[in-house]
Design a protein around this ligand. Structure first.
Ligand SMILES: [Zn+2]
Length: 298
């Protein structure tokens, strides 16, 4: 799938294909063959969206698969995650010096279950260690917050293959959430905001399935229409599609966020499956790309 597209070509494609309105708010970068979007967010926070390009996985997982819960070779997935950690280290030290330059961050991947639970990253680490003896050992959670003091040294890594990565950034802390259709209709955006100490002032929606490709059953379309209004459903004679980006924007508007406070590159994972894993485009056996967030040391 990714054979033939290298990191720099993928980075160029990311820039060309993203919504031009998002270009001033998202840097496209490439490090050691791994392209990524680096959101311009305030404060000590960093928000990166990886693609599927630049990893060692092969077969249906071809590329930078970061999902240790997939049937991919776990040693290869670990090497892919190490590549990401290298980027995170360099991106974290970008423009800073001293302690920050030497900091390494610990990736924290929660067990995403399309639920509504959002908790602090350090709290998640403590809870999963208590329950299973190792990080990510099976404690369900679909969002994590990062506070520069409370969650020092931790970098939540959430995994996606069509669902919406949504990052809420406030003055005090940040939340990263997994927005599948169940989560969005269930209130995961509000749950993310409630889990934060501060008020979100900026939201970044990462690459995810667009209204072009998210065909759903009538019951799902009707539920979205009732919850968010008929504008989030696109119907033709044979099918209904849901605009999850518009539904997420509605949720953010309910949190008093203006459209100017929402960044969305409008990169559909299914349309652009040369760059991204997509459950819809690839089928159920595929990899997961990552959204990783952290706070730099002050
Ligand atoms: Zn699409």
């Amino acid at each position: 799938m990714t054979a033939g597209i290298d990191g720099s070509r993928a980075a160029a494609a990311l820039f060309e294909r993203m919504d031009p309105g998002a270009r001033p708010r998202l840097n496209v970068r490439e490090q050691d063959g791994v392209p990524f979007l680096d959101a311009k967010v305030p404060g000590p926070f960093h928000v990166l969206f990886a693609t599927r390009v630049g990893g060692e996985s092969i077969g249906p997982y071809s590329g930078l698969n970061l999902d240790l819960r997939s049937a991919d070779d776990p040693r290869v997935v670990e090497r892919n995650r190490s590549r990401l950690e290298g980027i995170l280290h360099l991106a974290g030290s970008h423009g800073t010096s001293g302690a920050e330059a030497g900091r390494s961050y610990r990736l924290v991947s929660p067990l995403q279950v399309h639920g509504l639970r959002v908790i602090g990253a350090a709290e998640y680490v403590a809870e999963s260690a208590q329950r299973a003896g190792h990080v990510g050992g099976g404690v369900p959670c679909d969002g994590l917050t990062i506070h520069p003091e409370l969650d020092r040294g931790l970098a939540p890594l959430l995994l996606f293959a069509d669902c919406l990565p949504i990052v809420l950034v406030g003055e005090v802390d940040l939340a990263v959430i997994h927005g599948g259709w169940r989560g969005i209709i269930g209130g995961i955006v509000h749950a993310g905001a409630r889990a934060m100490t501060g008020v979100p002032g900026l939201a970044v929606i990462g690459p995810s399935i667009g209204p072009c490709c998210f065909s759903v059953a009538d019951e799902v379309a009707d539920a979205f229409s009732r919850r968010f209004g008929p504008e989030v459903v696109l119907r033709d004679e044979s099918s209904a599609r849901v605009d999850l980006w518009a539904a997420a924007a509605r949720s953010l508007a309910e949190l008093n966020m203006a459209p100017s406070q929402i960044v969305n590159p409008r990169l559909c994972t299914s349309c652009n499956h040369d760059l991204f894993y997509s459950y819809r485009a690839d089928g159920p056996v595929t990899g997961r790309q990552g959204c990783v967030v952290w706070a730099a040391d002050s």
